[in-house]
Design a protein around this ligand. Structure first.
Ligand SMILES: Cc1cc2nc3c(=O)[nH]c(=O)nc-3n(C[C@H](O)[C@H](O)[C@H](O)COP(=O)(O)O)c2cc1C
Length: 187
């Protein structure tokens, strides 16, 4: 599958079959995270691969109420919890925090997470980013140490149901030329 096709045809998957995921396939997904770019190559992501059905069930109870991904977190053969080690991304050794933001870890985690989702799609697997969770309770459940926080949950499995693509804004609605608000001209 070529890259653009992979990007465009990936959908959020919230229902999974019970087909297991081989360790070889899991390894490929983790490699996709490993090769993600990050602030000064700081690689602040920390991943927990949840296979234990009881822990998956507990995690599914920590999604926001009525979260449409709840069942998917219970069903998926593997649930990956993406965590971040704080105080690395967006910081320099000499000067401490660089720039006006101390949340660059969210940016790095977003890139890594989408690498994982696109690699999964290319391998015939489905995923969904699940960000609407009770973060502190997830931290506790998984025993995260001080300075490491949960960012999102990604259930991974073979898709049982693929939804229609939700509509996207037209390019002209979010891309400008030269100054904010000026229409882009494309040949
Ligand atoms: C940061 C982030 C958090 C998300 N959180 C949730 C979530 O908590 N529950 C859920 O069902 N989908 C969640 N989604 C999936 C979006 O709803 C979905 O990507 C969007 O509707 C577009 O659909 P598509 O992924 O099929 O293109 C999240 C997506 C992102 C990028």
């Amino acid at each position: 599958m070529d890259t653009l096709n992979c990007i465009k045809t990936r959908r959020s998957i919230r229902r999974f079959t019970d087909q297991p995921i081989s360790d070889e396939t899991l390894q490929q997904l983790l490699e996709a995270v490993r090769w993600a770019p990050s602030w000064a190559n700081s690689q602040c992501w920390r991943l927990i691969v949840v296979k234990d059905p009881e822990i998956k069930n507990s995690l599914s109870n920590l999604l926001s109420p009525h979260n449409p991904a709840t069942k998917g977190v219970q069903q998926a053969p593997i649930v990956i919890v993406l965590c971040a080690q704080l105080g690395i991304s967006g910081y320099t050794m000499e000067k401490g925090r660089a720039g006006r933001k101390d949340d660059w870890f969210m940016f790095d985690l977003g890139i890594a997470a989408q690498n994982l989702c696109l690699a999964a799609h290319a391998l015939g697997l489905g995923t969904v980013h699940v960000g609407s969770i009770k973060h502190e309770e997830v931290d506790q459940l998984l025993g995260l140490p001080e300075g490491v926080v949960a960012v999102e949950i990604i259930p991974v499995g073979y898709p049982a149901k693929v939804g229609n693509p939700p509509p996207r804004k037209d390019i002209t609605e979010f891309v400008f030329q030269d100054r904010y608000g000026q229409s882009l001209t494309l040949g």
